[in-house]
Ligand binder design. Structure first.
Ligand SMILES: Nc1ncnc2c1ncn2[C@@H]1O[C@H](COP(=O)(O)OP(=O)(O)OP(=O)(O)O)[C@@H](O)[C@H]1O
Length: 224
């Protein structure tokens, strides 16, 4: 069976000619949750951005559900992200001029003509991250951990085939983190999504099927 996400021979350097990584391979199947760990600055966020088509690799290829990302133009990449990817950014990117319900409903509204359905899905997702009574609020009124949960709700609301999350529990207390991790695990184990989660947290690594360490020579299986 082919992997939902298949990365081969990826290489990336940043201005100043420092090579972040080269020869990086990664295959993640539907129903699989992979955690990526590694030292600060090693290139974990950059790798997620390349997989999402938000940054360019110097060499190598990324396939999502069999489709090569490289040849796609900006419009096609945007469409692929909307339809297939849920991304939790480290900086959240919650839009300040929309209510939290509108923020969370956005991925549904962008692909479906039914605003009532988008609202209902957003409402249900906000409740699942413990913010069911905050739908009419705005980003400016939220704590860092609350914003992070809105970002997670928005990433999962359209049931994406591929979930990419950058430190999704970084601002959460252990109980809230566990609750949010259960949502990722549900999306993967029941919804059949493939997930790649960058993390420093042992709790996140503990729910993963595989834990991989990012090194300059690619991803290395972590044991124990
Ligand atoms: N556009 C860019 N221009 C120059 N340097 C960059 C650029 N993007 C990333 N870098 C550098 O590349 C390195 C990798 O950054 P990245 O954010 O991917 O690391 P990370 O492993 O996710 O780190 P952390 O765990 O601290 O979030 C860093 O040294 C960063 O400063």
């Amino acid at each position: 069976m082919s992997a939902l996400l298949a990365v081969r021979g990826l290489a990336k350097s940043v201005p100043g000619l420092r090579q972040l990584f080269a020869g990086l391979d990664l295959a993640v199947g539907a129903g699989e949750l992979v955690a990526i760990v590694g030292e600060s600055g090693v290139g974990k966020s950059t790798l997620l951005n390349i997989i999402a088509g938000l940054d360019e690799a110097d060499a190598g290829e990324v396939r999502i559900a069999g489709d090569l990302l490289g040849p796609l133009d900006e419009a096609a990449r945007t469409r692929l992200r909307r339809e297939r990817i849920g991304f939790v950014f480290q900086a959240f990117h919650i839009l300040p001029y929309l209510t939290l319900r509108q923020n969370v409903g956005l991925p549904v509204a962008l692909v479906s003509p039914d605003p009532v359905a988008a609202n209902a899905r957003a409402e249900a997702m906000l409740a699942r991250v413990g913010l069911g009574d905050r739908g009419d609020g705005y980003a400016r009124d939220l704590s860092g951990g609350e914003l992070q949960r809105v970002a997670i709700a928005r990433a999962l609301v359209h049931r994406p085939a591929l979930i990419l999350a950058d430190e999704p529990t970084g601002n959460l207390d252990p109980d809230t983190a566990a609750r949010v991790l259960a949502l990722f695990a549900d999306a993967v184990r029941e919804g059949g999504a493939a997930a790649v989660i960058v993390t420093h947290s042992e709790a996140t690594a503990a729910v993963a099927d595989r834990v991989l360490t990012l090194t300059p020579h690619g991803l290395v299986e972590t044991h124990g």
